[in-house]
Design a protein around this ligand. Structure first.
Ligand code: BGC
Length: 430
């Protein structure tokens, strides 16, 4: 593990350390349960680099190029390309994660690398992933492995992607392969990352590949994702009966802008049901834990865009910073009667202005949830590195470490030291 002084540090620019969501007068030490998982999260496509899949294909498409040109945006800023070159830097990156005092790590594998064509398996890629897992393992990390994080092999996409007729069988076969090859390394499985985001962005808004606007295809993809998860769940348990398998859900904290507005309340119920609840309800018997990704609080209004937040503080993505929301969604997730792991929580903040306060405040509310008897077992910050933020390209900076886009040099951000202290002490001090 490198000593802290070997890692270059980003300079402190201007920070806002106000803990606005924490009640006045609250201070002290907030200890987390023994064995709490402290980690960072990444995904394969966003960090590895050099991947050819349905996303890279979409990035190279004429339609996409024209769109970027029309907005005067540079293709290279919006195409993943070498990403963070994690494929060649993984060992160093695990050192960086270790330096944060984290005891766990979440990363993904890329289906397109492993199954290059329908039923054609790349031995070299498997070998490399095994090396990656070995490196994480020897550092003592608990490994959380994501099997699918929105991206597909091109052959799978050509057959209709998740709305295709063989989608479930293909995913089941891939999952069976993965569990056979890597199962011994994995402590927690995420079969699917935020399936609702893929359905909404891929099949309704068209922001993500396959860029469709088709509610019937969306429905099909939704059902196939549900089935795909269940089949993968069974395959994993067949080989590893004690495995802990789940998905991550992007769970939003919806609240009515008008407390007594009947339409507001109705809309909140609808959004909550379709966005947060429906998928989890369908797989509730096939989850060993609930994986929570928390980013959004939505004060719902009755007219488009159906959200009007107070926005006292916003991230570089324009997303409201609303730490208490994590407590609210944890309260909702309690009904599944399963351990909960915060698999993602973070912000785009190029100046590193709010990140330290953001982490403290969210963890304060996670701690409150634990005090209320909610079984939260871990917290993974999104993300270890500044990485490729999908349709928004490389501009948003979610990392605890920055990454130089040309040299790939990593530097630790000041806020990462706040996280480090919490992880090392297993305690938040306010
Ligand atoms: C996704 C990540 C993404 C992050 C920030 C999550 O919903 O799983 O891939 O980078 O949000 O937008």
């Amino acid at each position: 593990m490198p000593e802290n002084n070997e890692i270059k540090t980003e300079p402190i620019i201007e920070t806002d350390n106000r803990l606005l969501s924490i009640p006045a007068g609250v201070s002290g030490e907030f200890k987390f349960p023994d064995g709490f998982l402290w980690g960072t999260s990444t995904s394969s496509y966003q960090i590895e680099g050099g991947i050819k899949n349905d996303w890279s294909e979409w990035e190279a498409s004429e339609k996409r190029k024209k769109y970027l040109e029309s907005k005067k945006l540079k293709n290279e800023d919006y195409s993943c390309g070498p990403a963070c070159n994690f494929w060649n830097h993984y060992s160093n990156d695990f050192d960086l994660a270790e330096n944060l005092g984290t005891n766990s790590i979440r990363f993904g594998i890329e289906w397109a690398r492993i199954e290059t064509e329908n039923d054609v398996w790349d031995v070299e890629a498997v070998k490399k992933y095994r090396e990656i897992m070995e490196q994480a393992h020897i550092r003592g990390f608990k490994i959380v492995l994501t099997i699918w994080h929105w991206t597909n092999p091109t052959w799978f996409a050509a057959e209709g992607g998740w709305s295709g007729k063989n989608a479930v069988m293909y995913f089941e076969r891939f999952s069976a392969f993965v569990v056979k090859e890597f199962g011994g390394y994995v402590d927690y499985w995420v079969t699917l990352n935020e399936p609702m985001v893929h359905v909404a962005n891929g099949y309704l808004s068209g922001k993500f590949p396959p860029n469709r606007h088709n509610i019937f295809k969306a429905r099909k993809a939704f059902n196939n994702l549900v089935k795909g998860h269940k089949r993968a769940y069974k395959k994993i348990h067949l080989l590893f009966p004690e495995a802990k398998v789940g998905i991550t859900g992007l769970i939003n904290d919806f609240e009515p802008a008008l407390k007594f507005g009947p339409f507001n309340i109705l809309l909140v119920k609808l959004f909550h049901y379709f966005w947060n609840h429906r998928f989890l309800k369908r797989i509730r018997k096939y989850m060993d834990y609930v994986g929570l990704d928390y980013y959004f609080h939505d004060r719902v209004i009755c007219v488009p865009p159906f959200r009007k937040n107070k926005n006292e503080r916003v991230t570089d993505m324009g997303w409201e910073i609303y730490p208490k929301g994590i407590y609210n969604v944890l309260k909702y997730l309690r009904r599944f009667k399963k351990p909960i792991i915060v698999m993602e929580n973070g912000l785009a903040d190029a100046q590193d202005k709010y990140r330290a306060a953001f982490i403290k405040e969210h963890l304060y509310w996670v701690h409150q949830a634990i005090q209320d008897g909610i079984d939260v077992r871990g917290y993974f910050h999104w993300s270890l590195l500044d990485n490729f933020e999908w349709a928004a390209g490389f501009e948003p900076k979610f990392g605890l470490y920055s990454v130089d886009r040309k040299t790939f040099e990593r530097k630790i951000k000041p806020s990462a030291l706040t996280y480090k202290r919490i992880c090392e002490e297993n305690r938040l001090t306010l």
